[in-house]
Ligand binder design. Structure first.
Ligand code: SF4
Length: 113
């Protein structure tokens, strides 16, 4: 790390390039969940809203609103509803538009969903 720092000072590099290859250890990190709308009943969506500690999940009419930007990947939703929730495996979520991190997931059986 120190040699990298000295190299950066000499060349006046203040940022590093994006890694050319994915870091293998990243696969072991918790990733935000992905929701299966075919398994998402209204009662389950309401339970998910209640157990989400960061407020990333909220029921809004016929949809479960999922704010990936607020999700801490704690895994509680996956523990509660394993059939409806799985790990997305995605950790590179950067976007220039905050709105792109908010997903609307239709609730099963809802006439508007
Ligand atoms: S992983 Fe945790 S923070 Fe993210 S949506 Fe599920 S319960 Fe909420």
């Amino acid at each position: 790390v120190i040699s990298w720092f000295v190299h950066g000072l000499r060349r006046r590099v203040v940022t590093t390039r994006y890694p050319a290859m994915p870091e293998p250890s990243v696969r072991a990190l918790p990733a935000p969940p992905a929701f299966d709308p075919c398994q998402l009943s209204r009662s389950l969506a309401e339970q998910l809203e209640l157990i989400c500690p960061s407020g990333a999940l909220s029921v809004a009419g016929p949809m479960l609103r999922y704010d990936v930007g607020a999700c801490t990947a704690c895994g509680r939703c996956q523990q509660l509803a394993g059939a409806a929730v799985r790990s997305s495996g995605l950790i590179e979520l950067a976007t220039a538009d905050r709105g792109h991190l908010v997903k609307q997931i239709p609730i099963l059986g809802d006439p508007d969903g």
